[in-house]
Design a protein around this ligand. Structure first.
Ligand SMILES: [Zn+2]
Length: 317
């Protein structure tokens, strides 16, 4: 087992990684390690986490009372304490503001979808906790439900929190993974469509990895509990088309029957031009950034008609 001094060095190292990858700006972010049931070491408030010194790491008890150190602990310590209370299994926590995944929360576009196999196998989906005023008790309250089930949670307009049963580097890697997922998803959206994994593919990944079903959407982003929760309280629900874009995150279960059709015509995506956009994730509304998507159903029908006609023609020949 590592000494407290070595664990402080780990925090300093992770602070450097957060800073060098651009996941924090100025004095943002905080890192902690639980070293025993009632002893947590954590970063001090008001210092750059890219240039931490040992003296910037303080020791607190499970209720946040300062046990040692000359500096004040981070104002977001409450969020760490709630996570440790909810999850007796975790040893380390990282909170930062990675720009791309934070932008996803501002745009109201969820990452709680089964898209990348390695993410499904390790983290499941990535839920977003509702907006909470930073530094207040609203923040720990907002993560309470999610952190009990997920190791990586986005905070609406406020970055992300990741936890680890292993060590602080593992918590950092989870943060790196969700930012990478956000970047890949952003690029895919720029290219036009998000194709979620099929129920069968997710089933295989679940079987191989043994990941708990509660960390995933019901089936290929339909009935995602995490998103459903967010959709209910989200302001987007009341703003017309934007609510549709949010729904993909939980997706409209009434469309679930379209999956087999969607997959059947997948070969025509590349040829279908603008219509291909409408064939992405069923609930995903691309109208907010591309003007497409409103005619999803009509586009889908037209693509199917063309596909069927082509098949018939081939058979006739
Ligand atoms: Zn923060």
């Amino acid at each position: 087992m590592k000494s407290e001094i070595d664990l402080k060095k780990d925090i300093i190292e992770v602070g450097k990684m957060l800073h060098s990858h651009g996941y924090i700006a100025a004095t943002d972010g905080n890192i902690s390690i639980r070293i025993s049931q009632n002893r947590i070491i954590t970063t001090a408030s008001g210092v750059s986490k890219g240039y931490l010194k040992e003296e910037h790491i303080v020791t607190v008890d499970a209720d946040g009372n300062l046990l040692s150190g000359r500096h004040k602990p981070s104002s977001e310590l409450k969020m760490h304490l709630v996570a440790y209370k909810m999850r007796p299994d975790i040893k380390a926590i990282v909170h930062a503001h990675p720009p791309t995944c934070t932008a996803f929360t501002i745009a109201g576009v969820s990452l709680a979808k089964c898209v990348l196999p390695e993410v499904v196998m390790t983290l499941g989906v990535i839920p977003t906790a509702d907006y909470a005023t930073p530094t207040t008790g609203e923040v720990p309250d907002s993560i309470r439900d999610f952190i009990s089930r997920y190791d990586a949670v986005l905070l609406d307009r406020h970055g992300a929190i990741t936890v680890s049963q292993k060590d602080v580097y593992d918590a950092y890697y989870k943060l790196e993974k969700i930012e990478h997922t956000a970047e890949v998803t952003l690029k895919a959206r720029q290219l036009g469509q998000i194709k979620t994994l099929t129920e069968e593919q997710v089933g295989k990944l679940t079987y191989i990895s043994g990941i708990a079903a509660e960390k995933l959407c019901g089936s290929t982003c339909v009935n995602c509990g995490a998103c459903g929760k967010r959709a209910v309280s989200s302001p987007y629900e009341n703003t017309g088309t934007q609510s549709e874009s949010l729904r993909c995150k939980g997706e409209d279960p009434s469309n679930s029957g379209e999956f087999s059709v969607q997959r059947a015509v997948s070969s025509s995506y590349e040829k279908a031009g603008s219509e291909s956009v409408g064939l992405g994730c069923k609930g995903e509304d691309f109208s907010t950034n591309s003007g497409f998507g409103r005619n999803n159903t009509e586009s889908l029908k037209a693509a199917i008609r063309r596909e069927v006609l082509a098949e018939l023609k081939m058979l006739a020949e």
